[in-house]
Design a protein. Sequence first.
Length: 358
Amino acid sequence: MNRPKQPRRRHSAGLSLIELMIALLIGTILVMGLIQVFSASRAAYQLSQGIARNQESARFALDFLSRDLRMAGHAGCVNDQSLLQADAAGTVTGGNIRSLFLSDDDRNNNNLAALPFPLRFDVAVQGFEANDTGPGQSIDLATTPAAGAADDWSPQLPVALSGLGAISGSGINVLRYFSPEQAPVTGLTWSSPTVIQYPAASGAVATGGSGLFALADCNGATVFQASAAPTSTQMNVSVSGLNASDMGTVTAQDGAVTYKAGGATLYRAESIAYYVALNAENVPALYRARWTAAPGAAALNAPVREELVEGVESLQLLFGEDENNTNLALPPLGHITKTNTAATIGDLANAGRWRRVG
């Protein structure tokens, strides 16, 4: 009897070492390709995010700057140029921006130089040029900036600005104006203190903000602070020697001073500075400082510093001047034909020229 032939067993040979190495090489190349694609995609995403963030920050910063720049010089229903127009002898021929922060003599003699720097509302725009940063000059932004000394700018920084911590190599811009928000004055009682009344619907102008205020009509404007915390309908103002002419909102009738209803408006008075400083993470950022006053206080509060945009390394400013920036006894022509740095225009000794900045 013949037994059936058993099939031959065949042993699995598997992969040789060379085949395994080739497979690993191909797999490594594929994985590296995926990593490269992922890395490039991630880098492109981060770049687009960085660009978007820079654009957003730039829009944010420019929005703040442009709004405040547009308001600079707002002094009620007439601008600061009209209020401070002087004749050849230097006598103010228009209305006037008067300040109750001055003594009686200084106020009556229009001695604005006696005012603290933040309260020079006769000068709406003022700049300070960082040394060696004018047109045609260069600055190395790769070096870590540091807070500068007062003489790192031209003109030299006043005390009110030197304590802000602005970095050297970056300009500083100061703006002063009356707020766009306003409250119509419904009553003005000359007493001790003088009482200013306004509608409750507009009371936020008095109860919020800087604590610096201005009362203005189309003839003049007066800057002051409340003698006590204002309410939503009333503000008290107290100053030595205060009289009707100091407020510029009254008319004389039969030898008595009477108030013409609807002729005056209450504003907040804003004094701010834009500059670049290091934030808490030691990163340069755009800052805005605002000066405030507490009711009845003898001096201004320390400025409130607000960080606006991180990553701003330098602020450089050029100022457009009116075609007539030399003969200040004549009115401005309204043509901005000259561009200069703050160092060229100078300090507040050249206040008349700063008023020609447009």
